[in-house]
Design a protein around this ligand. Structure first.
Ligand code: BTN
Length: 259
């Protein structure tokens, strides 16, 4: 079972079916510990960011949630970006492919999304935990995404031709996530920020920021020390204004497509 991590996955729960691995962790948080890992072969009500649904046929994708207890809010707010770096690294280990990160944490290969990440907070008494859920598309075919009307979704199979099982993906992901989390705690995010910036395909692009029913077009110009996207908005003859966009409050689309 656990040979390649020091603490992550010391508690492992493998479910055949559950509505959502994130919800499973939240509902069972009192019986789980920091570093617990829950996977499911099938989610019947998988959840995406900003209230969206996440679907994947049984066995075709990895659905994994991790319970983490970061020491401060600073660390917690950076988990979406840290998880994205870990998934990117795991994909490199698994198949050699260089994925990109669409801010904050969509993992993209050849312009298509192959993994989504949903980090949620949960309180147990006075203690704040984080549940980090990752859905990595592995074996789906192009027709599967077409049928679901998911024009910008893809899997490792469609993009690399490689056949990777959920177990192989877990074995690549857990050591990477442990390494990045340990680095976040030891050194803060600053040393990882440069790596994140290099991986982030959103930077330098014209983007549409969608938040609470409003849409604003701007240009993604940077990532802040706390992981926010810095977007420059220009309004006619006014000087441009740079605003921080936080991952929890908005979704960002490319002006000319998904990225
Ligand atoms: C997104 O791209 O909107 C995030 C998708 C996150 C999906 C994963 S699958 C495992 C975990 N359980 C869930 O219900 N959601 C996350």
């Amino acid at each position: 079972m656990r040979e390649n991590t020091a603490w992550l996955g010391a508690c492992r729960i493998e479910l055949e079916e559950t509505p959502s691995t994130n919800d499973y962790v939240k509902q069972n948080v009192h019986t789980l510990m920091h570093g617990a890992v829950v996977t499911a072969n099938r989610q019947t009500a998988g959840k995406g960011r900003l209230g969206r649904a996440w679907q994947s046929a049984p066995g075709e994708g990895l659905a994994l949630s991790v319970l983490l207890m970061p020491p401060t809010v600073y660390h917690t707010q950076l988990l979406p970006l840290v998880c994205a770096l870990a998934v990117k690294s795991a994909i490199k280990t698994l198949c050699g492919a260089q994925a990109g990160i669409k801010w904050p944490n969509d993992i993209v290969l050849n312009g298509k999304k192959i993994c989504g990440i949903l980090c949620e907070g949960v309180l147990l008494g006075q203690t704040a935990y984080a549940v980090c859920g990752m859905g990595l598309n592995l074996l789906q075919k192009a027709e599967d995404f077409e049928r679901e009307g998911l024009a910008h979704a893809a899997s490792l199979l469609t993009e690399t031709g490689g056949v990777y099982s959920p177990r192989q993906a877990v074995d690549a992901l857990l050591p990477a996530l442990e390494r990045y989390y340990d680095r976040l705690l030891a050194q803060g995010f600053a040393p990882l920020l440069e790596e994140y910036r290099r991986a982030c395909i959103t930077l330098g692009r014209d983007v549409r920021v969608l938040s609470g029913g409003t849409e604003c077009d701007g240009r993604a110009v940077g990532i802040s020390a706390s992981g926010a996207l810095l977007v420059e908005f220009s309004h006619g003859s006014q000087p441009p204004v740079v605003r921080e966009i936080n991952a929890g409050e908005a979704s960002v689309r490319g002006l000319y497509g998904y990225i």
